[in-house]
Design a protein around this ligand. Structure first.
Ligand SMILES: NC(=O)c1ccc[n+]([C@@H]2O[C@H](COP(=O)([O-])OP(=O)(O)OC[C@H]3O[C@@H](n4cnc5c(N)ncnc54)[C@H](OP(=O)(O)O)[C@@H]3O)[C@@H](O)[C@H]2O)c1
Length: 262
């Protein structure tokens, strides 16, 4: 079996869901971890559990990535702890299923800060060391919502379209310099996301966060530019490519209007 090529991973949004699943997948491989999120109780419990079960080094730093200087502060803490990150997992994110006008400007600004700006900043701050060592991996969590326009989830899906486009552009810039950047598009996944997003997913199928994490790591090792998680999601991703864009907008509009305004 090929040795896992990275030593120390930073995972954002590691206190629950997909981020937590990444932590356990990587711990099984013996990778040292730096976890970050806002919930100290959860991070502390996960850290202790990982240390005792897997005997790896695990550190956590609290960060609210809605704050524009949080990525810089986080990287400063890494430098102070002499921790070099060669695998960055930009996972933290929030969404809202909503009529566009039903949320405040602040809600959207925070979503954009977390899902886009902090992700770009952390990526830019951590690439120089990866370049110096000619080795790095970056996994950015987008969504199947990145693959087509989504009426009633407009800001969230647009933010994930940014993540997909940004990641694939960097894939092009850095692959031959030793850094793989892989965008991941999960569909519905069983986490706290649906609660914070007020998402009515009745009748929809779910993937597990563990499957998302393990398939994402495989995609990174396979040097993929993107990976859609789950066979059904993969098949459905073809529809927007085959139909006129206006037709796709109407299909999603009719489906989501029923869910959001039921
Ligand atoms: N679940 C799905 O159906 C689904 C589908 C496609 C894509 N995704 C994407 O998957 C990623 C992970 O979400 P999840 O499904 O695992 O949901 P989750 O269980 O709600 O986890 C979200 C994580 O983000 C952290 N977070 C939220 N706001 C933050 C902030 N301001 N600063 C720092 N950390 C923050 C949360 O930690 P704290 O609250 O402790 O800060 C938590 O660890 C997100 O980017 C999401 O968009 C999810």
């Amino acid at each position: 079996m090929t040795k896992f090529p990275y030593q120390t991973a930073l995972i954002t949004g590691a206190s629950s869901g997909i981020g937590k699943a990444f932590a356990y997948e990587l711990a099984k491989k013996g990778i040292d971890l730096v976890l970050t999120a806002r919930s100290e109780d959860k991070l502390s419990e996960i850290t202790e559990d990982l240390k005792s079960k897997f005997g790896i080094n695990v550190t956590y730093f609290l960060a609210d990535l809605n704050e524009s200087d949080a990525p810089q502060k986080l990287v400063h803490q890494l430098e102070q702890g002499k921790i070099t990150i060669d695998l960055l997992i930009n996972n933290a994110g929030i969404g809202k299923w909503t009529n566009f006008l039903d949320q405040s400007v602040t809600t959207y600004q925070e979503m954009i800060q977390l899902n886009i700006s902090s992700l770009v900043s952390l990526t830019q701050l951590l690439i120089p060391n990866m370049l110096k060592n000619k080795k790095g991996g970056i996994i950015n969590i987008a969504s199947t919502g990145a693959l087509q326009p989504c009426p009633y989830i407009a800001v969230y899906c647009a933010s994930k379209a940014f993540v997909l486009s940004f990641s694939e552009s960097l894939y092009g810039e850095y692959l031959d310099k030793g850094i793989t950047v892989t965008a991941i598009c999960p569909g519905n996944t069983q986490t706290n996301f649906q609660v914070t997003a007020n998402a009515n997913t009745n009748g929809m199928t779910y993937e597990s966060p563990e499957k998302v994490a393990s398939q994402s790591l495989k995609a990174l090792l396979d040097k993929k530019n993107n990976k859609i998680i789950g066979y059904n999601n993969f098949l459905q991703s073809f529809i927007p490519r085959l139909l006129p864009r206006k037709t796709v907008i109407n299909i999603v509009k009719n489906m989501m209007n029923k869910k959001v305004n039921a």
